[in-house]
Design a protein around this ligand. Structure first.
Ligand code: 3HC
Length: 325
């Protein structure tokens, strides 16, 4: 179905309809699934929402890895709840994408065969308990920075899904910062673990916002359609400005010698991440890329019988209903 949609893309956009559609967007109206929309808009949403959904699901892996090793029952319960929240986020987002005419099965197949991506951050390993703090603080912090504006995105189901997701992500960020506070007020070895986690996650967290505006292929059109509300560099700057004082509060050092407050721009000057590394990660060459997709594939294959069982049950119920009518 998705493939057919892409084929029809070139023929379906007549200029009058396009202008009327853009006027609706400019007036701040929400676009709903049954409304007319340009095929490019539909495709971009499927790509972005699908990639976002995959990120929530794949994002469970680096943290799920620590549930059995959390240092107390309380930390275990909190981490378990957080990882379950991420599953929920993935499901809302898959549902939002499905309203655009793509199935969850198709999106998963596209993730597994490399046609769709997930966030680069999850191609990195979580090596110590302090990484759970750094992930919550920095990764969920970066996610919120990107996702709060998406509550005002033009596509109704996406905007509405983001409201609940953002509330939960805020809790995730706070729990990460709380782990960091505990580690930083602990023994010198614990504080060093926190510093090490910040050292490893700082630049990958900056990469989450995507390539620089000059390199971003989709930003201009996506911002005109209000699929994205801010450019990649704008959000990266806001994230740095918000996070540096938090690192100072923790007594940690951001691993960037060039970091300096710039009075004139009212924000920090900071070093760019290694973009070559970023593009390698996108090609599937991150430290955990192969493992992440293999794990998702195994879960997908292992769940085949459950999906078949549910479909058979639904078909049986439908047949019984028809017979009773
Ligand atoms: N990881 C992987 N791919 C990325 C990326 C990243 N961090 N940043 C950019 N890319 C890809 C884009 O998908 C695009 O590739 P494609 O054409 O093959 O799809 C290419 O790099 C060029 O980048 P653009 O800037 O042109 O792409 P976008 O306009 O789509 O912007 C984005 C990228 C800012 C990530 C945007 O897609 C977005 O805002 N997405 C919604 C939010 C999202 O996906 N968040 C995931 C974060 S993790 C998360 O939420 C889990 C939580 O539990 C922490």
């Amino acid at each position: 179905m998705y493939a057919q949609m892409i084929k029809s893309e070139a023929t379906s956009d007549d200029p009058e309809k396009l202008a009327a559609f853009q006027a609706r967007i400019d007036a701040g109206e929400k676009i709903e699934p049954k409304d007319w929309m340009p095929e490019g808009y539909r495709k971009t949403l499927i790509r972005q929402i699908g990639q976002h959904a995959h990120s929530e699901i794949v994002g469970q892996l680096p943290e799920g890895n620590w549930i059995t090793r959390a240092p107390s029952l309380e930390r275990k319960a909190i981490l378990l709840a957080k990882v379950q929240d991420e599953a929920g986020h993935g499901l809302y987002l898959y549902c939002a994408a499905e309203t655009l005419g793509v199935s969850r099965d198709e999106m998963t197949e596209m993730l597994l065969d490399g046609r769709m991506k997930y966030s680069s951050i999850f191609a990195y390993p979580t090596l110590t308990w302090a990484d759970m703090g750094a992930v919550g603080w920095l990764v969920d912090g970066a996610a919120i920075m990107n996702q709060v504006p998406l509550q005002r995105t033009s596509f109704g189901p996406y905007a509405r899904a983001m409201i609940r997701i953002c509330k939960e992500e805020s809790f995730h960020q706070r729990q990460g910062f709380d782990i960091m506070m505990k580690m930083c007020s602990g023994t010198p070895a614990q504080k060093q673990m926190a510093q090490d986690a910040l050292n490893r996650f700082w630049f990958p967290a900056l990469m989450m916002f995507g390539p620089s505006d000059a390199e971003s292929t989709h930003s201009a059109q996506s911002m005109a359609w209000k699929i994205k509300m801010n450019s990649n560099d704008e959000l990266r700057q806001k994230f740095v400005d918000q996070t540096v004082p938090q690192a100072e509060y923790l007594g940690l050092t951001v691993p960037d010698d060039t970091l300096a407050w710039n009075e004139e721009k009212g924000g920090y000057d900071f070093a760019e991440p290694d973009w070559d590394e970023f593009f390698e990660v996108l090609k599937g060459n991150g430290p955990c890329s192969v493992d992440r997709i293999a794990t998702r594939k195994k879960a997908w294959d292992d769940g085949q019988w459950v999906r078949e069982g549910l479909m058979a049950h639904a078909a049986k119920k439908r047949a019984a209903k028809v017979a009773a009518e």
